[in-house]
Design a protein around this ligand. Structure first.
Ligand SMILES: CCCCCCCC/C=C\CCCCCCCC(=O)SCCNC(=O)CCNC(=O)[C@H](O)C(C)(C)COP(=O)(O)O
Ligand SMILES: Nc1ncnc2c1ncn2[C@@H]1O[C@H](COP(=O)(O)O)[C@@H](OP(=O)(O)O)[C@H]1O
Length: 337
C-alpha cells in the first residue's frame, strides 16, 4: 500500500507483513475529533448506508400502520402472513411471490455467487478470471466464512435448533396444536417434541407464543451489507475518491491506508470488471426491495428490530472489529486492502 496522508508531513509508517499479511505501508494519521475517524466505527459514507436499514424498516412498518386497509385480507400472526392469501394487499405480501421463493429463500446462495463473481472478476483481488488464491481473495473468503457461520448458526443449526428457534422457545414460544386439528389424527407427541419452526410445520402444528426474530430481515441485512462493504472501497478508489477508513496499529496508533498503485490499475481495467460490480449492485438492490416488502407486510416491530440487531452485530464483528483489533485484522483483513 502506498503512503497517503490527509495532511503533510510525509511520515510514512510501515505496517509489517506479519501484522496484516498484506504488505502495506500506512500513513500515520493524527486522530481527529470526528467519531467517523474511530477505527471501530463506520466512516461517514458507511454510516449513511447503514442507516438506510433502520430507515427501511421504519418506512415499511409505517406504510402498513398508516395506510387504510387495502383489501379484505388481514394479517394473521399465527400464519405470519395475510389471510386469505389470495386477497393479500400486494403480490409482495404473498409468501409464494417469486422473489421470495427463488431469491430470499435462497439468499445465501445468491450472496455467495455474487461475492465470488466480484472476487474473481475485479482486478482489486488479482488478475480477472484467473483462479489464483491471492491474499485479497483469501481474506474475503475468510470474511465470507465468518458471515456464513453466523448465518448458519442463526437460521439453520446451532448444535441443535438454530439461534432463532432457540430464542423463540426462550421467549415463551412452542409448537402448539392448531384449533382446527384438535380432534384430528395429528401426532401430538411430534408436536410436543418439535424444537424448531420447521419440525413444528412438518408435525402439523403452529409455532406460536414467542418472539420470532425475522430470518428475512436478518439474512437480507447481513448479506446485502456484506456485499456492499466488500465492493464500496474498491469502487470508490477506482473512481478516484478518498478512503477514510482508519485502523488501530499494534502500538495503538490510529492510521489509515490506500493500496499502492491499485487506483490506476483499477481505472485501466474497470471496463473488464464492471459487470461483476453491476451484478453485486443488482443483488443488493433486490435485497433492499425485499427488506422493504418484509417490513411492510410481515412480522411485528420487535421481531424486525431483533433481526436487524443480530445482523448488525455480525456486520460489526466482521467489518469494523478488525479495524480496531490487529489480531482479528490478521485473520479477516479489510475489503480492498
Ligand atoms: C465462525 C463460526 C463457525 C461456526 C460453524 C457453524 C457451522 C457451519 C457449517 C457449515 C455451513 C456450510 C454452509 C455452506 C453454504 C455455502 C453455499 C450456500 O450458500 S448454500 C445455501 C443455500 N441456502 C440458502 O441460501 C438459504 C437461505 N435461506 C434462509 O436462510 C431462510 O430461508 C431464511 C432465513 C431466509 C428464512 O427462514 P424461514 O424459516 O422463514 O424460511
Ligand atoms: N418479503 C417477503 N415476501 C414473502 N414472504 C415473506 C417475506 N418476508 C417474510 N416472509 C415470510 O414470512 C414468514 C416469516 O419469515 P422470517 O421469519 O424468515 O422473516 C416466512 O414464512 P414461511 O416460513 O412459511 O415461508 C417467510 O417466507
Amino acid at each position: 500500500m502506498s503512503a497517503r496522508r490527509k495532511q503533510p508531513p510525509r511520515n510514512a509508517k510501515t505496517v509489517s507483513a506479519t501484522e496484516t499479511t498484506i504488505k502495506s505501508t500506512m500513513d500515520i494519521q493524527t486522530p481527529n475529533d470526528s467519531i467517523f475517524a474511530h477505527p471501530l466505527l463506520p466512516t461517514q459514507t458507511e454510516a449513511i448506508l447503514l442507516s438506510l436499514y433502520p430507515a427501511t424498516l421504519i418506512l415499511g412498518s409505517l406504510f402498513t400502520t398508516l395506510s387504510p386497509p387495502l383489501s379484505n385480507s388481514t394479517y394473521s400472526p399465527t400464519h405470519q402472513s395475510y389471510q386469505p392469501a389470495a386477497f393479500a394487499p400486494s403480490y409482495f405480501a404473498q409468501k409464494r411471490n417469486i422473489f421470495n421463493v427463488y431469491f430470499v429463500k435462497l439468499g445465501w446462495l445468491w450472496t455467495t455467487f455474487a461475492l465470488l463473481v466480484f472476487l474473481f472478476t475485479h482486478p482489486a483481488h488479482g488478475r480477472p478470471l484467473s483462479l489464483a488464491p491471492t491474499a485479497q481473495r483469501l481474506r474475503a473468503l475468510a470474511r465470507w466464512t465468518a458471515a456464513t457461520g453466523l448465518w448458519y448458526l442463526t437460521t439453520q443449526w446451532c448444535f441443535g435448533p438454530a439461534l432463532i428457534d432457540r430464542s423463540f422457545v426462550l421467549s415463551g414460544g412452542a409448537c402448539a396444536l392448531r384449533a382446527a386439528d384438535k380432534r384430528g389424527d395429528i401426532e401430538i407427541s411430534k408436536i410436543k417434541s418439535a424444537s424448531s419452526a420447521v419440525q413444528c410445520k412438518i408435525a402439523g402444528g403452529t409455532w406460536s407464543g414467542g418472539i420470532d426474530i425475522s430470518g428475512h430481515v436478518f439474512l437480507l441485512v447481513l448479506a446485502s451489507a456484506l456485499l456492499w462493504l466488500e465492493v464500496l472501497p474498491v469502487v470508490l478508489r477506482a473512481r478516484g475518491l478518498r478512503e477514510d477508513r482508519t485502523v488501530r496499529d499494534d502500538d495503538g496508533t490510529v492510521i489509515h491506508a490506500v493500496p499502492e498503485g491499485q487506483a490506476e490499475r483499477e481505472k485501466a481495467e474497470v471496463e473488464v470488471s464492471g459487470w461483476g460490480v453491476k451484478f453485486v449492485v443488482g443483488v443488493v438492490a433486490l435485497m433492499w426491495w425485499m427488506l422493504l416488502m418484509t417490513a411492510a407486510f410481515f412480522h411485528t416491530w420487535s421481531e424486525k428490530l431483533m433481526g436487524l440487531i443480530v445482523a448488525f452485530t455480525g456486520v460489526w464483528a466482521i467489518y469494523f472489529l478488525p479495524r480496531g483489533v490487529p489480531a482479528v485484522r490478521q485473520i479477516l483483513g479489510m475489503p480492498g486492502l
